[in-house]
Design a protein. Sequence first.
Length: 454
Amino acid sequence: MNLAEHIESRREQHLQELREFLRIPSISAKSEHKPDIERAAKWVAGNLRGAGFKSVEIVPTQLHPLVCAESLEAPGKPTILFYGHYDVQPAEPLELWTTPAFEPTVRDGKLFGRGTADDKGQVHIHLKAFEALYRMSGRLPINVKVLIEGEEEVGSVSLWDFVQKNQAKLKADALVVSDTSMLSRGVPSITYGLRGLNYYQIEITGPERDLHSGVYGGAVPNPLTILAELFANLHDKNFRVTVPGFYDDVAKLSAAERKALSALPWSVKEFKKAVGAPAYCGEKGYSIVERLWTRPTLELNGVWGGYLGEGAKTVIPSKAWAKFSTRLVPQQEPEKIARLVEKHLRRLLPKTVKLNFETLSTGKPWVAPFHAPIFLKAQAALQKGFGRKAVFIREGGSIPFVTQMYDTFKVPCVLMGFGLPDENAHAPDEHIALENYFGGIKAIAHFYEDLATL
């Protein structure tokens, strides 16, 4: 029995095990799920031991634990560091799920549940690839270090401190990550660029308490109205962000890269089908792919304040809140953008209200060359798993750890994702195509096996 046949023979066992992993509601943003986070960390550690890792450690942090492992039994062979995360986004709004978020269910060749695509399903692909290689020969063909965290969905607040204190322990010849997507169904992909992310929260205060809108309306500032006016002024008619200096440092795409991006087998029709909006908009002068992957954005992510309960309560709220984010592209510095955004908001707001501005997290953009031999191995392995040559793409999402590791260790970062753009990561009915999950295990196992010949 060869490697692919061995993996194929364990399909049902792998799927049942993934379901077990997905049933753990490891929501990093909610303190009440701290026991679930710790249970998920123990689950990952146990699975790594089952895959032949003799050195496995759960490392406590100030927030959620890290899972670290090593298998360094291949002298003279390359060493890779595999990174992933076991935490997930909150499942709300719960009523929009067809089946419960933490009761994984198969429908139409897809596995539905929170964390299927981001990132438990993709982490499990690597765990099963390691296990298959270990079962076939009793050891891994290369040296492997593993770092799986529980805070990616809340900004990886503990991770970088750990990396800084453990640089020698984490040093490797390459970083491997599966927390990205394939370009489209049937098109395996290697990601060479990610946008950065700043996440903000603001609080606008007007009157010192909620007021009766009949008694006071027309004579006092309404923080909710002012908040709405504020965000209405943060884009111009061409959908460009109006923050002065926002675009000053944006790296210009080369003509060759624009041509390569336009030649990708990417379907506007499928994109629109996945989104389902009545019509589409975006920054003038750029294709949809360029807007999604290579241009910076400012997006309002949530607004609240005033009365939100059943029925009517006619108040002018004392406060209004908003969460919003900026996606950043190469050469934009997160700290500089945060200062520019705050300065612009304070300039726009009237003196009738006060502003409290917080930058909750920052992450740098990343783009890198993809010509090292390891990328040829990745392409070949993906072809073995999916029967089609992989393409090189950028993505609009953010993985701060990739940038931090690339800046620190200056080694290739190989991002091979197995989700699809329309699989509802961070949204109700998140799912992963089973063909990509099973194909991913084969591709990753071949990748690690083939790296032994580098």
